[in-house]
Design a protein around this ligand. Structure first.
Ligand code: ADP
Ligand code: MG
Length: 436
């Protein structure tokens, strides 16, 4: 039997949990789309850029392949969650799931057809913040952050926590629109604070994981997404990840080093959390987060006020998404730019490609150290057509176009500029991103 069909258990699950009857699921043939290139590789399958050609025009989509390891296990629960949740979401800052398609069993796929989720195609993900290190202006940052908060605010209003907010899961297209993707860990929660929940705390990629999760809290809520957004906000400002620990313990230490060690007075109940004794560092750290931005002129008092409220250790005191959207950061001059005024990045950029580039850079560095055997590889990869990444910047002077001061600089980031970032890039990408 081919695995083109959901197992009976999975079908039951879908039918009982999902209010959309199976008969309404459009499941067309995957051959309607032709794959162009791979743009992502995740835990549960590959993501491809693909083309759809109709009689009148050509458009692009992203195909996320669902890896079905064996028939007994059936359809993966993460993919099910992703489908069930995404089918009911309709917001301009949430990635749109267009349909689910099925490929025909053939020799190439060992007679096991594959399911693909079809999404609108997005040219970039925000991992470009630390790989290309684009110097976004404050109006740009306000525009991006406002869109992220609007998307997550919509989820929270619908009682959904995302549970994996990080730069690689925030997508950006060439129209300057931000869309939240990757709902593999998302879940619907009971918003009643008086009902104690027991959710798994093995969620969120380590660098973006809130302190309550790291300390073993299972009764958590929307505030974990706010912490992750705070980490992305810091990356927007500084171009580097904020807390880049390699283990759970190191992550806690990095957070407390900047935010101070909490106690029962600043965070009621913290010392009762499961991993408090094991993970709390034996040190006297006090709050000194401001230091991280001391040389960054973009971070004025209002900016830091919003950022630090997203990074409050006690989740019950952390700012909510709704409050963040109303913060003076968005009301004060310079105002946010329009999405279409964000810098345009010439080439598509996704985390997957950056990781591949990292591997190539490593070869280049080896060669620079005199390893002649590798020179052939370098010659092969130094394709002159690939040298430049063009960034056309509509509004590079920190003033929004509503303020009538926009200029039309065209900025080109060339290969040499990118190579100056290699040390950082290697350091960043060399660390195992999710040690769990
Ligand atoms: P995973 O659960 O494997 O992390 P994601 O949905 O996050 O899966 O996809 C992995 C990567 O693929 C993303 O980080 C992004 O770079 C790329 N990607 C995902 N969706 C799209 C899309 N709609 N358009 C373009 N690239 C995408
Ligand atoms: Mg992802």
């Amino acid at each position: 039997m081919s695995s083109n069909y959901l197992s009976n258990d999975s079908l039951n699950y879908l039918n009982t949990t999902n209010r959309i009857p199976m008969k309404d699921w459009r499941c067309r043939d995957a051959s309607l789309y032709s794959k162009i290139s791979q743009v992502g590789e995740g835990t549960f399958g590959k993501v491809y850029k693909a083309q759809y050609t109709s009689k009148t025009n050509t458009s692009y989509v992203a195909l996320k392949k669902i890896l079905i390891e064996n028939e007994k296990e059936g359809f993966p629960v993460t993919a099910m969650r992703e489908i069930l949740i995404m089918k009911r979401l309709h917001h301009k800052n949430i990635l749109k799931l267009i349909e689910i398609v099925l490929s025909q069993p053939n020799e190439k796929n060992k007679y096991r057809g594959n399911f693909y989720l079809v999404f609108e195609y997005m040219e970039h993900d925000l991992s470009l913040l630390s790989t290309l290190r684009i110097n976004y202006t404050i109006p740009n940052i306000k525009c991006i952050l406002h869109q992220i908060l609007s998307g997550i605010g919509y989820l929270h209003k619908n009682n959904i926590i995302h549970r994996d907010i990080k730069s690689a899961n925030i997508l950006l297209n060439n129209k300057g629109e931000i869309k939240i993707g990757d709902f593999g860990l998302a879940r619907i929660i009971n918003p009643n604070p008086n009902i104690a929940k027991r959710y798994t705390n093995r969620v969120v990629t380590l660098w973006y994981r809130a302190p309550e999760l790291l300390l073993g809290e299972t009764n958590y809520g929307f505030a974990i997404d706010v912490w992750s957004i705070g980490c992305v906000f810091s990356e927007l400002l500084n171009g580097v990840p904020l807390f880049n620990g390699r283990t759970d313990n190191e992550q806690v230490e990095k957070i407390f080093e900047k935010c101070g060690i909490p106690n029962e007075e600043s965070w009621k109940g913290v010392t009762k959390l499961k991993y408090w004794k094991e993970r709390c560092p034996n040190a006297n750290y006090t709050f000194n987060l401001r230091e991280v931005y001391k040389d960054n002129k973009k971070v004025d008092d209002i900016t830091f006020d919003l950022l630090s409220k997203m990074l409050i250790l006690d989740p019950s005191k952390r700012i909510t998404v709704k409050e963040a959207l109303e913060h003076n950061f968005f009301k004060n001059e310079p105002l946010m730019c329009k999405p279409e005024e964000l810098p345009i990045i010439g080439e598509d950029s996704h985390e997957y490609q950056s990781r591949k580039d990292y591997k190539q850079n490593k070869i280049l560095m080896e060669a620079n150290r005199g390893n002649k055997n590798l020179i052939n590889n370098i010659n092969h990869m130094n394709n002159p057509n690939n040298n430049n990444i063009n960034i056309g910047n509509n509004n590079n002077n920190g003033v929004n176009n509503n303020g009538n001061k926009g200029n039309n600089n065209n900025m080109i980031i060339g290969k040499n500029d990118l190579e100056t970032n290699n040390n950082f890039r290697n350091e960043f990408l060399g660390i195992k991103r999710n040690p769990d």
